[in-house]
Design a protein around this ligand. Sequence first.
Ligand code: HEC
Length: 143
Amino acid sequence: MSLKEKIPMIAVSTVLLGGVAVIVSNALSGPKSGLPIEVEVPILSPEAKLGEAVFSENCLVCHGLNAAGSDHGPPLVYNTYNPGHHADGAFYMAARSGVRQHHWKFGNMPAQPNVTPTDVKKIVTYVRELQRANGIFYKPHNM
Ligand code: HEC
């Protein structure tokens, strides 16, 4: 086989190997792959900016920058957390008592005893503004 004939074969095998590598790495990263998700950050209201600060200190480590998710926790800018499925009360409960693993595979969320209800109110404003900027609105929950 001349070199000229070999070149297309080399090209094809390179593409195939690349594809296999992508498939293998996706399989290995499991259900947490695709995090963080892409989040559009709007111009935040003053209350939301306060929420962003509390969030960054207490929640970002798991829920990620801009609540886009991380290796340790799910994105909150996510349809599952629209106000119809997870009303604001879910945020107060989560901070006060933690959350048992049920939607994801990250394990349980520990309670956040340093975060007061006043802090949570600001966080909720922040997360809802992010959600709306990313097309996540109230959807009635009928499960
Ligand atoms: C140590 C990691 C960690 C930290 C810190 C953390 N979370 Fe979570 N959180 C999680 C995980 C993991 C879940 C998903 C549990 C599931 O559904 O499987 C979750 C779920 C939630 C939910 C959904 C509750 C529900 O009813 O399903 C809310 C709301 C939430 N977190 C808010 C917060 C807020 C607000 C903070 C900061 C004050 C915070 N989290 C800090 C890990 C964390």
